[in-house]
Design a protein around this ligand. Structure first.
Ligand code: AMP
Length: 194
């Protein structure tokens, strides 16, 4: 079973993906995590994308499609959770083609709906919690970058809602509620589509 978690920064995609990894033995494919790993290991690509990520802009389709293609060709799993990918229409087309070439498809695209005001608070909380725990704070978890990330989301990623709706694949979940409540809604959807 393959699913996409769609939603603005701070909607809870990573948190919900993690819960599915634990409860359903699925594999989380987060392009954000892959890009951060490339930066940490200091690859040429990692260095190239660092400033773009810190500013809250999107890196090129070519780079993220390449990362997903590479992962899909080597990873073994009963189900993939695409978290933070696709973020543009060309990425969505590319994912469809990649899955088709591998004899797979998408079972559901789950949109987490969260108010803008709550997103700012959530991202601020994430930064404060990381700092309090002595963990590194994401360079893009600040007011300035978040503004750009939200603009990028509405301009380039939100059109995917219509794209997947038209294909009959979109399922929307109210992401404003408790983590466990959102999670049980997602599980109910997955039970229906599996
Ligand atoms: P995330 O961890 O998903 O919030 O991603 C952090 C940053 O990585 C984003 O703000 C972008 O700069 C970059 N990024 C992650 N995924 C993508 C994607 N699918 N397309 C373009 N840029 C991405």
């Amino acid at each position: 079973m393959n699913i996409i978690l769609l939603g603005p920064p701070g909607a809870g995609k990573g948190t919900q993906a993690q819960k599915l990894v634990e409860s359903r033995n699925m594999m989380q494919l987060s392009t954000g995590d892959m890009l951060r790993a490339a930066r940490t290991s200091g690859t040429e690509m990692g260095q190239k994308v660092a400033a773009i990520m810190d500013a809250g802009e999107l890196v090129t389709d070519e780079i993220v499609i390449g990362l997903i293609e590479e992962k899909l060709s080597t990873a073994q799993s009963d189900g993939f959770i695409f978290d933070g990918f696709p973020r543009t229409l060309p990425q969505a087309d590319a994912l469809g083609k990649l899955l088709e070439a591998m004899g797979m498809g998408l079972n559901a695209v789950i949109e987490l709906q969260v108010d803008d005001g709550a997103l700012v608070k959530r991202v601020e909380n994430r930064a404060a919690e990381a700092a309090a725990a002595g963990q590194p704070v994401r360079a893009d978890d600040n007011a300035e970058s978040l503004k750009t990330r939200l603009m990028e989301y509405y301009k380039k990623t939100a059109p995917l809602i219509g794209y997947y709706y038209a294909r009959g694949e979109l399922q929307s979940v109210d992401g404003m509620r408790e983590i466990e409540t959102v999670s049980s809604d997602i599980n109910a959807i997955l039970d229906r589509v599996s």
